[in-house]
Design a binder for this molecule. Structure first.
Ligand code: MRU
Length: 331
């Protein structure tokens, strides 16, 4: 790995999985080896590996792991799918490997595809990033959320590589700080200028004319075009609409799930209250205080300017056509 370049977020290594332990970033870049499905499930639950496309690869590799260990594939599949409910990629990756004659080859193929898909999203999406554009992003939709390169941050990378000199406002993304820990780390390594902001600062920056576009990823896009992504995304979309700022969603076409009708049909993961009541591992709320911790929210399709996909740029009106007829619908 050359300086600035990252090892794959998750990779198949003969008979085991290697993954970057994202709980330890940005302090240290540690690649851990995972040899059992139970250990992989724990890595997923604790966010050692996270982000929708990376979860897709993890799901497929989990089934591959069960197959090389001679374990029950259906039990492995059930355990993996049960770890996190919201991202469509996890269950889709599991099912794809389960249906394959050779789960290992399928999982490796899925991981290779992910990289190609993200580069293609960057290729198409770069057109929405004007020269010197100030992009606001939420959570981490970068290389760390995928096998590599990234979706929303992939578009930023493509713009940077094309000499468009993008600048990024990085929402810190409470409670687990995927923005300040992971997105900032990736941008720093890539030499892309950025500033971290508290989530509550986005509206003030938009009002001050300091944001040119919002660019986020998604855990699932429904058939109606509703976008399920890290909690806080919906608020950004409402603010962007109020201020006349474009709101773009960068997604692999496979994240658009034709079997989910609208956002109301998507299970939203509720995580441990302790994540909200503490900061950096230290309890800050008074003893006895309770919290709610929905990890995702739903942005209605009507607030989306466009979906930047590996098959081209789609608008809410053309999304359903593309999903119903993937050959003719993509631009
Ligand atoms: O809880 P996380 O960190 O898995 O949530 C990740 C996100 O919300 C990302 O924005 C989404 O998965 C898209 S990643 C390309």
């Amino acid at each position: 790995v050359t300086p600035g370049e990252l090892p794959p977020t998750i990779a198949w290594a003969g008979d085991r999985i290697r993954l970057i332990d994202q709980r330890r970033l940005p302090d240290e870049l540690v690649v851990v080896e995972v040899t059992t499905v139970a250990a992989l499930c724990e890595c997923i639950r604790s966010l050692a590996v996270r982000g929708a496309p990376a979860l897709g690869a993890a799901g497929a590799m989990g089934v591959a792991l069960a197959s090389v260990r001679g374990a029950s594939l259906t039990e492995a599949a059930e355990a993996l799918i049960g770890t996190r409910p919201t991202a469509v990629n996890l269950a889709a990756g599991v099912r794809r490997a389960l249906a394959a004659a050779d789960p290992v080859a399928e999982a490796v193929g899925l991981a290779e595809e992910d990289l190609a898909v993200n580069r293609s999203i960057g290729h198409h999406g770069v057109t929405v990033v004007g020269h010197g554009a100030r992009v606001l992003t939420h959570c981490n939709a970068g290389a760390l959320a995928c096998v590599g390169y990234g979706t929303a941050l992939g578009v930023v990378r493509a713009a940077h590589d094309a000499g468009r000199s993008p600048f990024v406002w990085v929402d810190e993304t409470r409670p687990v700080l995927q923005g300040s820990r992971l997105t900032a780390w990736e941008l720093d390594r890539a030499g892309i200028p950025f500033r971290v902001i508290v989530d509550g600062a986005a509206g003030a920056l938009m009002a001050a004319g300091e944001v040119d576009l919002v660019l986020v990823g998604a855990d699932r896009v429904t058939r109606s075009g509703d976008v399920v992504n890290k909690v806080g995304t919906y608020g950004l979309a409402v603010l962007a609409r109020h201020h006349g700022i474009p709101f773009h969603v960068a997604v692999p076409f496979s994240t658009i799930d034709p079997s989910t009708g609208t956002g109301a049909d998507v299970p939203i993961e509720e995580r441990d209250e302790a994540e909200v009541l503490a900061w950096a591992g230290r309890r800050v709320a008074p003893a006895g205080a309770r919290a709610r911790n929905p990890a995702f929210d739903v942005t209605p399709a009507e607030l989306v300017t466009s979906y930047l996909t590996d098959r081209g740029i789609l608008e809410p009106g053309s999304l359903r056509l593309a999903v119903d007829d993937p050959v003719r619908g993509g631009s």
